[in-house]
Design a protein around this ligand. Structure first.
Ligand code: C2E
Length: 352
């Protein structure tokens, strides 16, 4: 599902809105940074959005719309800014932790160097075998040993704190990495993750003289459905189809949201007949479930999906595999929808 800004930026009034946005920013003394522009585009073209409401609030308060104000609104409402913010926070925390460890190690090194020097001068003094001298040396050494022990304890406790902080940061970064690969609406892999996974599957198939199959799946008449029942219900339907496709992604299979109402399933090491039976199972399940509108409990009826499947022996180019699967999907649509089509085996040489 395209975001609000995607629709604005690619709609028929995009340039008109862009000009209005610049004019509004200039009138309010707002720097035309990328983030500010995206925010103010909402203000101009999506008046009922949360972002527009927050900008309005700032303007009504008489405060200046500074870059900091923009960044705050962006971090709450723009997914890309939120992600950048999280990565920057994680980076800052990591660097602060490393500073602490470096300082502690430097202090321990200095203390241990001083201790070494004391030991060296003690060993020279001990050569005189003067009892008074020995006693004073032992006292100095024992004080120095105590100091080193204390420093070591501080170092140990700082290292323990840092270890736990680092593992927390590692988890945060892992979460950010997962978010960057996940489609927020369906929790399937997003397009970027799909591209990477397909590249990898094709490369592995090429290296191992193996096979990889791709299925592309599209919800039939989704636009009509959206227009009739609204975007929110449309989103629920996307989530429903995603949940069925996600369940089919057992083992090495990868399920992704490929576009608005389009999904993809990669089957590394499986042939097109295996993929066909999986996709047919999903198609039957989806087409026999009567969905309901959550707010009113009205029956929405069942929806259907059309799919295209293509297989590549020995890897091949991902783009060619996608093109063949898309071609097969188109045949499913042309032949009446609610069906699954296998790409012609003969065209396989195009992908190899
Ligand atoms: P969700 O609303 O977050 O629901 C998650 C899961 O909770 C559903 O997975 C289902 O196992 C269970 N669940 C939620 N509400 C009900 C309910 O009223 N009755 C029953 N028996 N179970 C319920 P499921 O079925 O795979 O659906 C995944 C998502 O697909 C749902 O997320 C929702 O966004 C959408 N969805 C599924 N069926 C419908 C439907 O009939 N109408 C609408 N509007 N959305 C649906």
């Amino acid at each position: 599902m395209a975001t609000e800004i995607d629709i604005i930026l690619r709609g028929p009034k995009a340039f008109e809105w862009a000009r209005e946005t610049i004019a509004a920013m200039e009138a309010n003394n707002v720097w035309p940074t990328a983030i500010n522009f995206e925010l103010w585009m909402h203000y101009v073209a999506a008046k009922d959005s949360q972002i527009a409401a927050e900008i309005e609030q700032v303007l009504n308060s008489g405060a200046r719309f500074t870059e900091q104000v923009g960044e705050e609104i962006a971090s709450n409402h723009l997914p890309s800014a939120k992600l950048n913010g999280e990565i920057m926070d994680a980076g800052r925390n990591l660097s602060a932790e490393l500073d602490t460890v470096s300082r502690a190690i430097e202090t321990a090194r200095e203390t241990s160097e001083a201790y070494g020097q004391q030991l060296a001068s003690a060993s020279i003094s001990l050569e005189d075998k003067d009892a008074e001298n020995v006693r004073s040396m032992v006292e100095t050494l024992s004080a120095a040993t105590l100091k080193v022990r204390e420093e070591n304890q501080v170092l140990e406790s700082q290292l323990a704190d840092t270890t736990s902080e680092l593992s927390r940061l590692r988890e945060n970064l892992e979460q950010v990495r997962r978010d960057a690969m996940t489609d927020a609406l369906t929790m399937l892999f997003n397009r970027k993750a799909f591209d990477q996974a397909l590249d990898k599957a094709c490369q592995e198939a090429a290296e191992q003289c193996g096979i990889v199959t791709l299925a592309v799946i599209d919800i039939d008449h989704f636009k009509n459905f959206n227009d009739t029942w609204g975007h929110q219900t449309g989103d629920q339907v996307i989530r429903y189809v995603a949940s069925v496709i996600g369940r089919m992604a057992a083992g090495a299979r990868i399920a992704a949201r490929y576009g608005g109402e389009e999904f993809a399933l990669i089957f590394p090491g499986e042939d097109r007949y295996a993929a066909f039976s999986v996709i047919e199972r999903a198609r039957e399940e989806i087409s026999t479930r009567i969905l309901r509108r959550r707010s009113t409990n009205e029956q929405l009826g069942a929806i259907t999906i059309s799919s295209g499947i293509a297989e590549a022996m020995h890897g091949g180019q991902p783009a060619a595999l996608i093109e063949r699967a898309d071609g097969a999907l188109y045949v499913s649509k042309r032949n009446g929808r609610n069906r699954t089509t296998l790409a012609d085996k003969n065209s396989e040489s195009q992908a190899a």
